[in-house]
Write a protein that binds this ligand. Structure first.
Ligand code: NAP
Length: 324
């Protein structure tokens, strides 16, 4: 007997069971000590941003073999802040697949953008403590790590039952690099689509790797999206959410099925923009499995604001977000 439609819909909104993951195996009181084994710039030379793919050997620690894409680890930069207090722990997303960078789970990686800015009041140079500490590390340097952290932004237990649409801006690509490699190497016949947004072509991260993966795996579609220059095909600058219109024929089939899951990572501003665009293009019976909308919100999509998320605009468990 098939379940009544209302129960079937309820189950879809509940989202899938997620991977079981290990948490908090190393704490600030008992950190893992890893060794830096790689640090490559992952933006092109002409990019104004400095982003590094930093690989750390964690063999012999409890982090080896257990961290899953979507989780993060903590770094405590050495030294103290301007008030003499030890620096606080900062979390960085794992960019490696479950097998690690080395195939054995002993080398994990993250994607770090140097924070370089001007102080808004004093107009003095401001350098982010943790990001510059990590990007300055040299091969062979030791680094203290905590974690793993996070259990809600991971892949489902049974990926083959799902199709995946990933939206990333900037370093928000980090967890998706690992997830996409895991999915493509698992042999699951899932449709996997990545919409990746950066300002200029020179800022694209892991671009050659992602292009090669898409060439080798017909079930993977990679849609780079430039916000400050025309796309290579001459179409205008765009934000990732606009791809739901410009690439509707590619994205809609995966979204309009019981198999669809959406993952969003990067700038906080992208989240409401993606929700608005979903509300504009998806038929109500599919939209309702991703977003629960108050009647007033349903009739005023163009005026949605970020503060409405989790109130008038509530994502279901088919949408996974990590935004800052
Ligand atoms: P970036 O290179 O500056 O790229 C961000 C892109 O997003 C730009 O093309 C930007 O366009 C665009 N954008 C701006 N506002 C948008 C909006 N409302 N909707 C859609 N796109 C928008 O990015 P970044 O400096 O690496 O920053 C990435 C963010 O991801 C950081 O906040 C970081 O903390 C976060 N992050 C989170 C995680 C995590 O949650 N696990 C992991 C890594 C990174 P314009 O600049 O041209 O307007």
């Amino acid at each position: 007997m098939t379940a009544p439609e209302s129960i079937a819909e309820h189950r879809r909104e509940d989202g899938p069971p997620l991977l079981d993951v290990s948490m908090h195996l190393h704490t600030p009181a008992s950190p893992a000590v890893g060794t830096v084994v790689g640090s490559q710039r992952c933006t092109r030379p002409k990019s104004h941003a400095f982003v590094r793919h930093i690989s750390i050997d964690v063999s012999g620690t409890s982090l080896a073999g257990v961290i899953r894409p979507g989780q993060s680890f903590g770094i405590i930069p050495p030294g103290t802040d301007e008030k003499g207090r030890p620096h606080k722990l900062r979390l960085y997303s794992i960019a490696s697949p479950s097998r690690g960078e080395d195939g054995a789970g002993n080398v994990i990686a993250t994607t770090v953008k140097r924070t370089i800015d001007e102080h808004w009041e004093s107009h003095r140079l401001f350098l982010g403590v943790a990001s510059n500490y990590l990007c300055d590390l040299q091969i062979g340097d030791k680094v203290s790590l905590t974690g793993p952290n996070g259990k809600r932004f991971v892949l489902p237990k049974d990926p083959s039952s799902h199709d995946f649409t990933f939206f990333a801006t900037g370093t928000g690509i980090a967890p998706f690099r690992g997830m996409i490699i895991d999915l493509l190497e698992s042999g699951a016949h899932s449709k996997v689509t990545l919409v990746m947004g950066v300002p200029n072509a020179n800022d694209l991260l892991y671009h050659d790797d992602l292009t090669n993966l898409a060439a080798r795996h017909p079930n993977f579609t990679y849609i780079p999206t430039l916000s400050r220059e025309r796309q290579p095909d001459g179409s205008p600058p765009a934000y990732v959410q606009q791809r739901l219109s410009t690439h509707r024929e590619i994205l809609e089939p995966g979204l309009c099925s019981d198999r669809g899951l959406i993952y969003i990572c990067g700038l906080a501003g992208m989240e409401i923009g993606i929700f608005q665009q979903l509300a504009r293009i998806l038929p109500p019976q599919h939209l309702d499995t991703y977003l629960k909308l108050d009647p007033e919100a349903r009739s005023s999509i163009d005026t949605w604001e970020r503060r409405m998320i989790h109130k008038q605009v509530r994502p279901t468990r088919r949408i996974f977000t990590e935004v800052y």
